[in-house]
Design a protein around this ligand. Sequence first.
Ligand code: HEM
Length: 506
Amino acid sequence: MDLSPYYHIIFSALAILLSAFMFLLTLNSKSKRVNLPPGPPGWPVVGNLFQVAGSGKPFFQYVRELLPTYGPIFTLKMGSRTMIIVSNADLVHEALIEKGTIFATRPAENPTRTIFSCNKFTVNASMYGPVWRSLRRNMVQNALSAGKIRTFRHVRVTAMDKFVERLKAEAAANGGAVWVLKNARFAVFCILLAMCFGVEMDEETIEKMDNMMKTVLITLDPRIDDYLPLLRPFFSKQRKKATEVREQQIATLVPFIEQRRSAVKNPGSDPTAAEFSYLDTLFDLTVEGRKYPPTNPEIVTLCSEFLNGGTDTTGTAIEWAIARFIENPSIQSKLNDEIKTTVGDKRVDEKDVENMPYLNAVVKELLRKHPPTYFSLTHSVTEPAKLAGYDIPTGTNVEFFLPAIAEDPKLWTNPKQFDPDRFLTGGEDADITGVTGVKMMPFGVGRRICPGLGMATVHVNLMIARMVQEFEWSSYPKDTKVDFSEKLEFTVVMKNSLRAMIKPRV
Ligand code: HEM
């Protein structure tokens, strides 16, 4: 959440004037009687907003530095929004498992998000209720069930072969060096596109789609008027731009939606059409409380959610994995040994992954130490609630800070260390779904747990296995140390995007 571009003196002055006015208005309001968790003192109305923005730090870093002072639950006032940051496993369990139905909703969205989510018509943004239930049930049962994931095996095989070819070509042109995140996220994006649209796309079209998705994500970056709605009149240009981007997004995606609609209506008419796609589940979808199926703009929104949910998250996991392999070559060689003993000279397949305990331990440790997002998506409560004895009013943004849980010394031995063996010889374990207890939650836990968990696990395991089977990975430039600094770019990626040397294994 980098708000620094908006941290402008004029707005500060304006906000202070407004804040004095609003403060007087709210002095006697009943919110004064609410017992919120403690937090750093802020200014009236703007709260801690300018402290956060002015710190110049990524939001996760700002929060991390407050933990020793304010503990496992604290409040940040971000303009009109009250944010409650939770960073302790027991409190996560209390909120998302014990009081799961109450903490399962989402807060109100800012106007830009509302444009792109078609008024909260997505699994991730919808309030806890009938729309969410219908959309989520459809995604989980009709598109992401274990059986449906299996039907796309051939898509993953083709995408992995292309991925390896791309890496080889890039290495050949650059003295053996390749960019890790860029190539990994492109490979996942190809898989998700094929699953979503069920039509074949050439590389140029895929890149066009990818650029479109990136533009949307940038447009959705938070702005200061999201926190201080009184400043909205100053941002009419940005609002107009957002509407234009939305129009472009619709114009880019609708032709593919119509192509698929026609292929489904006239079986056999399009020889390139896949047997099944996520789109097929949306055309006639019945949504509780509605009499009509999703419109084309709504389908655009649902497809974008499907593509965005799994692309950067998975790509990010792969980048951190390769960084760890370069840092610790013994992990890489142990993995390669396991691949060799499991599949011999055969190309590693997703079915083999189940029989590779070391690979599974590496992936689990990766998601513990480097959860691709440091906060779960924002939660909110369906009714006034209590957490750790404090009041949680409706409309509050409840944020769960994942690294604090996955690196809690009360839950883990040497939590800072990247050590896949902790899950094998170390005798440690964790239920990633949180049902039997929360120790790490890279996919969230409870009712809003990531519905892509199963598929994402297949993708991360398979990509790592193929990347290590094909190549030996080492540092670029040679003999340099990996810099593990982080930065926020929707997910938490490496501050200096990882470039690595690859050597084909013989
Ligand atoms: C390594 C990959 C992934 C990670 C780390 C990840 C992580 C997460 C997290 C932390 C949440 C928020 C949970 C909460 O609100 O408490 C989430 C939600 C979600 N994810 Fe994922 N995700 C991944 C892959 C995917 C994939 C492949 C898809 C679908 C194609 C997907 C679709 C979604 C959706 C739709 C939600 C919203 C669920 C809801 O609100 O009910 N994710 N994910």
